[in-house]
Design a protein around this ligand. Sequence first.
Ligand SMILES: [Zn+2]
Length: 284
Amino acid sequence: MFIQIMCLVFSLCTWCFWRLRCRMPNWRPGHRSLLVIAHPDDESLFFANYISSAARAGVQVYVLCLSTGNADGLGHTRVHELYRACATLQIPKARISVVDDPDLQDGFRTWGIPAVCKHLTAAIRSIQPHQLVTFDSRGVSGHPNHTSIYRAVRHLIEAQRACASGASGDGSSGREPCRVYTLVTLPLPIKFTGLLGVLLSAAALPSGRSSSGGGDSRGSSSGGGAGDLVFLARDPSLCFRALCCHWSQLVWYRLLFVLFSTYTYANQLRLTGQLQLDLVTADR
Ligand SMILES: [Zn+2]
């Protein structure tokens, strides 16, 4: 009986991980990815598996951090901690930009869309990314700084759609668009169940292949998760090692978060839209 149960568990785990392994993007070495976060440590707590997968595939990951994390007066320290954490995640300092804007200070308040868009568009025009990755509408933890980034990105996408629908063509120049992905906020019962949460997420995923490498996306949300990308941890300690670089933030509940968080073991990204790089202007 015991052997039968173990075989059943093993089969279920194999099936779940097979479903997840099918959901990798068709990256090409040299692709550029822009990760937009709100605070130093977001990259370690939430996006470590995406970053490490991209780095292994030869993707150049750039980080735009929209605040110094100065809520407790430790902004300068936290910026240097971000550099060290990113080095652990194989992101060189030259690819990291940290914004210190009076309108975008770390705190439990919503940031204005124009202020976020100003820095977003500047980074996009400078980096010309193939992908942009950030938080979704619930921001994983619900922090208003996180959700503000989503609202600004959504604003850029909608502005381009409106511009394209008002023009005679589709508004594109034939260049490959920048695909926008958002980190899926998992339901609370799944969010803090670690590896079990990964299995539950896999079981809940609708069947379907990633649309990231194909050319059929029209910039709409994939909806329901059918086209979600999933990045599994090859080294679950990576998230912990990156977080340990953030000494000023290393309190017991953050360590517990890393231990039990499903994001330590997998990142699920959803296609949210796309941006025509040549249409991204500072005044939108
Ligand atoms: Zn944050």
